[in-house]
Ligand binder design. Structure first.
Ligand SMILES: [Zn+2]
Length: 261
């Protein structure tokens, strides 16, 4: 960076009194210095933002060309990029233990831990009519959740608890696990994940009366940075009747039942 600056952004001036030549920053040089200051402030802001896990939107930020490449093409390209990262770190990719890693990681990104980015993998959520006329809330709790923090690409591991009150439609119980899993398999922030699960179930069940609570550990907090292994993060999204204190309380009481079989 500095060499570029010296090449183009300096000019030679002559001191009027001593007659000696000296170099000064020209306009371009001053602009470049200014830009470098802005860049380093932005770098710092992004880093702090990442550590604070700020979420910007309830939709996963996807590019318009997100699905132009096939999964196979993505794996090939990511494999090359992971290889580059490992080589840059100084690792010997001829070593038997490491040579398969770029391909393994690329397949894992596309097919598994970020597989929920692809709309084709969204669970088909067929509903059934509520034949039993069951009118109370239904709670599916302790749904195991594995996701990935989008600021550090480190695991989020936790439990999701979901409830809904039927407006005439019901879904199969395992469908709720599948919806959690689909949205979890993306680079995520926990707040967005919670909201996305609720919105999808509201859409499928055709009711506002859906709630979700997630309690999860973020390895970026537990294993690096502040390194607090005991802390976990709780997020909640309450729709429709769950905004009422008594309904919300009932849901939270069910979650707190100690289920031992
Ligand atoms: Zn993180």
């Amino acid at each position: 960076m500095l060499s570029v600056l010296f090449q183009v952004a300096l000019e030679v001036a002559r001191d009027r009194f001593t007659g000696r030549n000296f170099v000064v920053l020209n306009d371009l040089g001053r602009k470049r210095i200014q830009q470098m200051k802005i860049d380093s402030t932005l770098d710092k802001q992004f880093e702090e933002m990442g550590n604070d896990h700020v979420s910007t939107s309830e939709d996963t930020p996807l590019r318009s060309d997100a699905f132009v490449l096939s999964d196979k093409e993505k794996i090939e390209r990511i494999q090359e990029n992971i290889r580059e990262v490992m080589l840059t770190l100084g690792l010997d990719l001829d070593d038997d233990s490491l040579k398969g890693t770029p391909n393994r990681v690329a397949k894992m990104f596309v097919n598994e831990i970020f597989g929920g980015l692809h709309p084709d993998r969204k669970p088909k959520s067929s509903t059934f009519s509520n034949k039993y006329k069951y009118g109370e809330m239904l709670v599916e709790k302790n749904i195991t959740l594995y996701s990935t923090c989008e600021h550090h690409l480190l695991p989020i591991v936790g439990k999701a608890h979901i409830a809904y009150i039927s407006s005439g439609n019901v879904v199969g119980l395992s469908k709720m696990n599948r919806i959690v899993d689909y949205f979890a398999k993306r680079p995520q922030v926990q707040e967005r994940l919670t909201i996305q699960i609720v919105r999808e179930l509201q859409r499928v069940l055709k009711t506002e009366d859906v709630a979700c609570v997630i309690d999860a550990k973020h390895l970026c907090v537990n294993s690096r940075g502040i390194r607090d292994i005991d802390s976990s993060t709780v997020t909640a999204e309450y729709g429709g009747k769950f905004k009422q204190e008594a309904v919300r309380r009932e849901f939270l009481d069910y979650i707190n039942i100690d289920t031992n079989f």
